[in-house]
Every structure is written in structure tokens, then in C-alpha cells.
Design a protein around this ligand. Structure first.
Ligand code: SF4
Ligand code: SF4
Length: 446
């Protein structure tokens, strides 16, 4: 079976699973999660009453953005974005490559009859090394066409892995021309760590250099309660240079209710005993017991209560302008808009501290990559674990499987027969070899 057959097969399996889950959600009356083909006029009134309560000035752009931003990676229906805009979310983050331009087209359909001045749209380009000014201009004009708009508020370099990539001559020459023509207002960049396609540099190194460079007006990066240090330093630099600070990966919470499922999978696999699973199963069992105790102590009905505390944690930071959250459906919209303007309280602080103590070493820090240079096979540890996070914690199963199948580097199948050099190098004690093996199973639907 070639790579494309595998992609199609996995995509079909995911679609079927999503369909069943979506149908169950509707039957159970839990909202509109997974619902497709909804028209704006069909949106129930409770979603129409949602309102953003806080706006912040996005650095030197001067634009007042909603504290909750819209991460559009899973957008398929204009009606969902219309509901998002009606709720007062006005920061829209997208990219040229999200669903191969289809997300930009959907945004274009949703915004074409609205006041353009009330919305801030950021789109992003993954740059190739030898691209010229003309190449970048062509791509930017295609974004404008798909978005059906006269201008893009911010055009970003999408996830540059090195400082060198942030200085891309073709991009900066194109930005000058686009700004002069009134087609782009500001310039920015995003970063969530490297993909190990070339010698990587940390998110912090890339973004601090970009802040010094002076040409970037807005940044999108990782900051959450388990991955704080790099993000804190970048937030400080953004404040000093008056750069707009927007965040991603704000929720690092593993759905702890899945610990039991992980045990079952590991035990099944453990019928052919292997060292990495023998080591993991006792740790998982201990975690499952602690998860039960944690739920009881904090009277938690579901994992979303921890997720909400994680989002409030970043919203409470005075230098954060907008947290871009992936809103896949109306249930997400309701959950996230309800958090707008809320602040982290002492009960939530205790919950997150307890969570960190119990589960903190199961979280492969987004944008980290410290251990990757130790891997003899150059497996992009952090990227694989990020895709696993999309699948397990963000409910973006299809996206995660497709991204994993398209990796241009080695995948985690190498991890089964390895001495675990990455795990020994991890300063956070993440049992990452076993987690990589489980992630490989998840992401290949094995
Ligand atoms: S396993 Fe540890 S060192 Fe490696 S990327 Fe994850 S958090 Fe960083
Ligand atoms: S387990 Fe081995 S092969 Fe897998 S990422 Fe770690 S060092 Fe590389």
C-alpha cells in the first residue's frame, strides 16, 4: 500500500468515526459538536447570545482585538465563522495551507458582507528558501483573492525554524511593496518549534531575534501553564517593542480520562513484551489512580473544567493580547466565549498545580525539542507529540493523522527498537519513548 492509499484509508476511517461520534453527540443533546451543513439562520438562540467581554490593543497595530481569537484550522462552514463574528470575536488567524486554501475561501464567504474594518485577519505563508519577491507577491495576491478582501491585516511567516529564515529577502521585499499598495497592513511570524527538517533553533531564539529585528509587528507563539519560561521571555520582549502578542497551544491538558484507554492499549501491545511498555504500564496505572483522586478532590465532572482553567491562566496574563483557540464547532464557541474577560482564581490555581504535579511529566512541552538532537534517526519528537496532542486533546483527529502521514522526516516507528536516547535527555522526565510508540499507533490508527 503506497502513502496515498494509506492516507485515503486513514481519512475514511476517521470520517466514519467522526460521523458516529457526531451523531451520538446530537442524539445525546449535548450541542452541535461535529454538526455540518448548518445555515446561520438555523443556529440556536443560545449561541446567538454569546458575547466577548474583553478587548486588548494589539501592540503597535493599535487594533482592539478580542481576548479570545479564532484559530481557523478546522473551519469548514461559513455559518460557524458568522456565529464567531456575531459573538464579538474579531481576531481571525488562518494560513494559506489550512485545508489547501479552502479555509481562506470559507473565511472570504463569511466576511464578504461585513464591515471589513471591524475584523483583523492574519494569514501565514510557509516560505521556501529560494523564493523571490515575485513568488511571495503571487502567493499573497492569491490569499487576497481567496479571502475576497482588499487587504490582509497581518501577513506572517509561518513557523520559521531558524533566525535566518526570518530574514527572508523575498518576503521582506514583498511586504514593503504590499504595504505601499495598501494590500498588507502589518507583518508578523509564528513559531511552535522546529520540525527537524534542518538544524533547528528554539522558539525563543527565533522570536527574540525577530523582536530585535524590528520589522515584525505581531507574533503567534506557545505559552501555557506547563510551558511558561520561553513564553514569558517572549512576552516581555513583545511588551518592550510594542509587538502584538497572540498565543497558541494554550491548553496543554491531556484528557486524563483517557489514561485507562492508554493502559488498555499498552497492555494489548504488551502481549509481545517489550521494555518500553513494561516500564510505562505501572506508571500509567499509578496515574489513573491519581486521576481518580484528583477528580474527587476537586469535584471535577469532566476534563473541560481543567481545560477552562488552563485558558483562564493565559487570559490573566497582562501582556497577552489574544489567545487563538481552535474553534471546531458551536460547543467550542460557547465554551471559549464564556471564558472571555474571566480571570484565574485561587481554586483554579490549586487545580492546575495539582494537575502539574500528577500529569506534568506526561506532557511533551510544545516548542521544546531539547532531546531531538540525541535521536540517531532524527525523529521529530516534539512534532510527533504535537500531532498526538491535536488528536487526543483538541479532537482534530483527521488533521492529526494527515499531518503525521505527510511528515517528511522519519516517524516514530523507529522508537520500538531503540535505546531511548531522547527520553534520557528530557529534563522534564517525560516517558517519551513509550508515548511516541503509543502516538504512532494512534496516528496510524493501528
Ligand atoms: S520529550 Fe522532553 S525534551 Fe523532548 S521535546 Fe518533549 S519535553 Fe522536550
Ligand atoms: S525513542 Fe529512539 S528513535 Fe524514537 S525518538 Fe527517541 S531516540 Fe529517536
Amino acid at each position: 500500500m503506497d502513502k496515498n492509499d494509506k492516507l485515503r484509508r486513514n481519512s475514511h476511517r476517521i470520517s466514519r468515526r467522526r460521523f458516529i461520534e457526531g451523531s451520538l453527540a446530537v442524539l445525546a443533546g449535548t450541542g452541535l459538536a461535529g454538526y455540518k451543513g448548518l445555515f446561520a439562520s438555523d443556529v440556536p438562540s443560545r449561541y446567538k447570545e454569546l458575547r466577548i467581554r474583553e478587548y486588548h490593543t494589539l501592540g503597535r497595530t493599535g487594533f482592539k482585538v478580542s481576548d479570545i481569537g479564532f484559530g481557523s484550522g478546522e473551519l469548514t462552514e461559513p455559518a460557524l465563522l458568522e456565529a464567531v463574528l456575531d459573538a464579538g470575536i474579531n481576531y481571525i488567524d488562518t494560513a494559506e495551507n489550512y485545508r489547501r486554501g479552502r479555509v481562506e475561501r470559507t473565511i472570504g464567504t463569511a466576511i464578504k458582507n461585513r464591515s471589513r474594518k471591524a475584523i483583523f485577519i492574519t494569514t501565514k505563508l510557509v516560505l521556501r528558501k529560494n523564493e523571490t519577491k515575485k513568488d511571495v507577491l503571487d502567493r499573497a495576491y492569491k490569499c487576497l483573492e481567496r479571502l475576497q478582501t482588499e487587504y490582509i491585516d497581518c501577513l506572517m511567516i509561518h513557523k520559521p525554524s531558524t533566525v535566518e529564515q526570518t530574514k527572508h529577502d523575498g518576503f521582506h521585499a514583498a511586504i514593503r511593496e504590499l504595504k505601499a499598495a495598501g494590500k498588507v497592513r502589518f507583518c508578523g511570524l509564528s513559531n511552535h518549534g522546529s520540525q527537524w527538517q534542518e538544524e533547528p533553533e528554539t522558539m525563543e531564539k527565533v522570536l527574540l531575534a525577530a523582536a530585535e529585528d524590528g520589522r515584525f509587528d505581531v507574533m503567534l507563539f506557545v505559552y501555557n501553564f506547563l510551558q511558561r519560561e520561553m513564553g514569558e521571555r517572549i512576552l516581555t520582549a513583545c511588551k518592550e517593542k510594542n509587538i502584538g502578542a497572540t498565543l497558541m497551544k494554550t491548553n496543554p491538558v491531556l484528557n486524563y480520562l483517557e489514561t485507562q484507554e492508554m493502559i488498555e492499549r499498552a497492555e494489548k501491545e504488551g502481549r509481545q513484551p517489550s521494555e518500553y511498555l513494561k516500564r510505562l504500564i505501572p506508571r500509567l496505572k499509578e496515574r489513573a489512580d491519581k486521576a481518580e483522586a484528583f477528580k474527587k478532590k476537586y469535584n471535577l465532572a469532566n476534563y473541560e473544567e481543567v481545560r477552562d482553567a488552563a485558558v483562564k491562566f493565559v487570559l490573566s496574563h497582562p501582556d497577552v493580547h489574544s489567545a487563538c483557540l481552535t474553534i471546531k464547532n458551536y460547543s467550542d464557541l460557547e465554551a471559549y466565549v464564556s471564558l472571555s474577560g474571566t480571570k484565574f482564581d485561587s481554586v483554579e490555581r490549586k487545580r492546575l498545580s495539582a494537575y502539574k504535579e500528577i500529569f506534568g511529566d506526561f506532557y511533551c512541552r510544545h516548542a521544546c525539542g531539547i532531546c531531538e538532537s540525541k535521536c540517531p534517526h532524527r525523529v521529530p519528537v516534539n512534532t510527533v507529540m504535537r500531532y498526538n496532542h491535536y488528536f487526543k486533546s483538541q479532537g482534530r483527529e483527521k488533521t492529526a493523522v494527515l499531518k503525521y502521514a505527510s511528515l517528511e522526516t522519519n516517524r516514530a516507528d523507529f522508537c520500538m527498537d531503540c535505546a531511548g536516547y531522547c527520553e534520557k535527555a528530557c529534563p522534564y522526565g517525560v516517558p517519551v519513548q513509550s508515548l511516541l510508540v503509543l502516538a504512532h499507533q494512534t496516528l496510524t490508527l493501528a
